[in-house]
Design a protein around this ligand. Structure first.
Ligand code: NAG
Ligand code: NAG
Ligand code: NAG
Ligand code: NAG
Ligand code: NAG
Ligand code: NAG
Ligand code: NAG
Ligand code: NAG
Length: 598
């Protein structure tokens, strides 16, 4: 009955693809429809296809027409989930901090409005609902369809942004698999409009990995990410999309050393990917930085006289306890090696870290600052959520589950709640102009997650204080990554964000929340004994749809009434990418080292 607390928020790492010529396939099965054929291309070991065509996928999606009866059921169910569990539903109606690119949204009424539209196909409806939910710009909260998000559409090129010495900003080609000679050409126009405007508009309206526009702008473009034991291209959401793009191609006007040319790229879906290789990175070094310890999800480098720790994720493959123990022990070992070598200053580079297990974040914080407190949290309390809290709290072995009262410590007593009703509490807050009930504020009891598994490795006492560490991110430090960086920032560890717009400090992290859940997780709990059958039918989504949502909101320790998700926390300092540093993070580390103790 133990569920892991994994905040599954993985920033997909994108790689590039080989494009040989399209090899037409023999059409030999008249009864197979276009969707079956696409599956066969992808899955058959004998398939000669290297990529799928935009028009074939569009034809596949258009096999299913819009059915208003089904649409109404989807909307009604999604509304029930949000009303029952979505901790931020009412706060989203308030005017957000002006630092965020966000409008106030009454999600429940706007979901009803979607039904007023006329759609020809089911996918158009699903995309509209998904896009509306994404307007919350809450990376934890999204609707996904197994069917309509199955493929990723690629342009075969990626772009990035540099700030020139005179302060002007340019979009350039980061990597081009089809025509490598385009690399570092300036992108002047996209579909005949200024490239920078097109990217900003796309970041504002079609991405949701931050509430801050600068971080979203970074996510629309390519950046280098460490992950899975290697470096690759992350982000590039403008040229690498999971929704069927509206048009079959995009045109780019390029300036390559004064020569202007225009190229057009069709959307294609690659079947196999190959890794991007930066010329400045090898297995044992990044620029002049030397790798001294590889902890798989983290790497430890030494550059000049300081240390650099890259942490790529807090997610453990297959939620394996063995791996988790292994990774945590290795992270301790890496820091110990730094201490043994007399390293006095450390840069934590958590760029493109998409989060993972909350307990790993809490562990890393305590590793560096043993007396640090976790962010407290609470859940929404209502007719839909109470049965889950009560029912799971009756299960002895349920301790550790996100609905079990014994998984938490009261912030008042710092001890476990005596009875479930103490956890449920009676706390009413005014949010978005309405009174909303939440549980008593609580901390995760970190040890409940590990009961019956392993004893957490006990770290030595490390010499570093907040004056010896700086945090560097590209703004895409999400979920559990934000639990690390935003908590450390609250105890005065300096923060630096790289990228964004000239002279515009921006959020270094986003979505430090308490817990995340999904319709798939709730579905498995609907089988519990005393869950009312009317609740079961209210919460049943078609199995090809999954709704994920923020279940628990976290509160600042510094400003105890501030909900972290809506706290605008710009970095203390800003750095920019140039042609070299975008491909060689050691250049950024040298610049970041200026800010130790500032
Ligand atoms: C033709 O396609 C259909 C639908 O995918 C499949 O059920 C059938 O087995 C295929 N027939 C052959 C001969 O491959
Ligand atoms: C629409 O969906 C409903 C419910 O699943 C079904 O009964 C009805 O036949 C469908 N309508 C059409 C036109 O397919
Ligand atoms: C929706 O489409 C149907 C069929 O094309 C049409 O009869 C109806 O008037 C449309 N409704 C609206 C609100 O546009
Ligand atoms: C690496 O070190 C060499 C020798 O000290 C120096 O010339 C070079 O500029 C350094 N490279 C970077 C990217 O800092
Ligand atoms: C994770 O699970 C999958 C499927 O069960 C398996 O194929 C894979 O090898 C596992 N990975 C690791 C690292 O254990
Ligand atoms: C946290 O949970 C563990 C395991 O259930 C329990 O032994 C421990 O007393 C709890 N911690 C506190 C401070 O109550
Ligand atoms: C289930 O809930 C409904 C509506 O909330 C209520 O009318 C009904 O009595 C409940 N049934 C049981 C068995 O508790
Ligand atoms: C998804 O599942 C629902 C319910 O089973 C079904 O009505 C719908 O057509 C499915 N969509 C696709 C594209 O398979």
């Amino acid at each position: 009955m133990k569920t892991t607390y994994v905040i599954t928020f993985i920033l997909i790492l994108f790689t590039n693809i080989v494009y040989p010529n399209w090899i037409p396939r023999k059409e030999n099965n008249k009864s197979a429809n276009i969707c079956d054929k696409l599956d066969e291309y992808v899955n058959s070991p004998y398939s000669e296809e290297q990529f799928l065509k935009y028009s074939d996928i569009k034809a596949c999606y258009e096999l299913t027409s819009y059915n208003k009866t089904k649409a109404i059921q989807v909307i009604e169910t999604v509304k029930e989930y949000f009303k029952g569990f979505y901790a931020l539903l009412d706060q989203a109606k308030e005017n957000p901090n002006p630092g965020f690119a966000l409008r106030p949204i009454d999600l429940i009424s706007e979901l009803d409005l979607v039904l007023k539209n006329n759609y020809s196909y089911e996918y158009q409806f699903i995309y509209d609902v998904a896009s509306l939910i994404e307007e919350m710009r809450d990376g934890h909260t999204k609707l996904r369809s197994d069917v309509y998000y199955k493929y990723t559409f690629d342009q075969g090129l990626s772009m990035y942004s540099v700030i020139k010495k005179d302060g002007t900003q340019q979009i350039k080609v980061f990597n081009d698999v089809k025509e490598p000679s385009n690399v570092d050409c300036q992108v002047i126009d996209i579909d005949d409009r200024p490239a920078i405007d097109v990217i900003i508009e796309f970041a504002r309206d079609h991405t949701f990995f931050s509430r801050d526009l600068s971080a979203r702008f970074n996510s629309a473009l390519a950046s280098l990410a460490f992950g899975n034991g290697d470096f690759s291209i992350a982000g590039q959401l403008f040229t690498y999309r999971d929704q069927l793009p509206k048009t079959p191609s995009i045109s780019y006007t390029l300036n390559c050393n004064g020569k202007i040319s225009k190229i057009t790229r069709e959307w294609q879906v690659p079947i196999e990917n190959v890794q991007y290789e930066s010329p400045y990175i090898s297995g044992t070094s990044v620029g002049n930085a030397t790798l001294i310890f590889d902890a798989f999800i983290a790497r430890f480098y030494i550059l000049q006289d300081f240390g650099v720790v890259l942490i790529s994720t807090e997610d453990i493959i297959n939620s394996s306890w063995d791996l988790e123990y292994h990774f945590l022990s290795n992270i301790v070992a890496g820091f110990k090696l730094f201490a043994d070598k007399g390293i006095k200053k450390i840069i934590l580079d958590l760029s493109n870290n998409g989060g993972g297990n909350i307990f790993i974040g809490n562990y890393i914080n305590k590793l560096l600052f043993p007396n640090i407190q976790n962010f407290p949290l609470d859940y929404k309390v209502n007719d839909i959520s109470i049965p889950f809290i009560k029912e799971i709290s009756r299960i002895k072995k349920g301790i550790g589950n996100i609905f079990h009262y014994k998984s938490f410590l009261s912030i008042k007593t710092k001890a476990s709640f005596d009875i479930v009703n103490d956890f449920i509490g009676n706390n009413i807050y005014t949010r978005g102009g309405v009174q909303v009930r939440y549980t008593s504020k609580a901390f995760h009891n970190d040890t409940t997650n590990y009961v019956g598994t392993f004893k957490l490795p006990k770290p030595p006492k490390f010499p570093w204080t907040e004056k010896d560490i700086v945090i560097l991110t590209n703004g895409l430090c999400l979920s559990t990554c934000a639990i690390i960086t935003q908590r450390l920032a609250e105890i005065n560890v300096p923060t630096i964000a790289v990228g964004g717009f000239p002279n515009t400090r921006f959020s270094f992290a986003q979505y430090a929340v308490g817990d995340v859940s999904s319709s798939a997780e709730i579905q498995s709990l609907l089988e519990l004994k005393n869950i009312n059958s009317s609740l079961v039918s209210k919460l049943s989504l078609p199995s090809n749809l999954t709704l994920q949502f923020t279940l628990a909101e976290a509160y600042s320790i510094k400003n105890p009434n501030e909900v972290m998700d809506y706290a605008y926390r710009p970095a203390d300092y800003q750095l920019y990418y140039d042609e070299r540093s975008a491909r060689d993070p050691s250049c950024l580390w040298i610049q970041a080292a200026e800010y130790f103790g500032k």
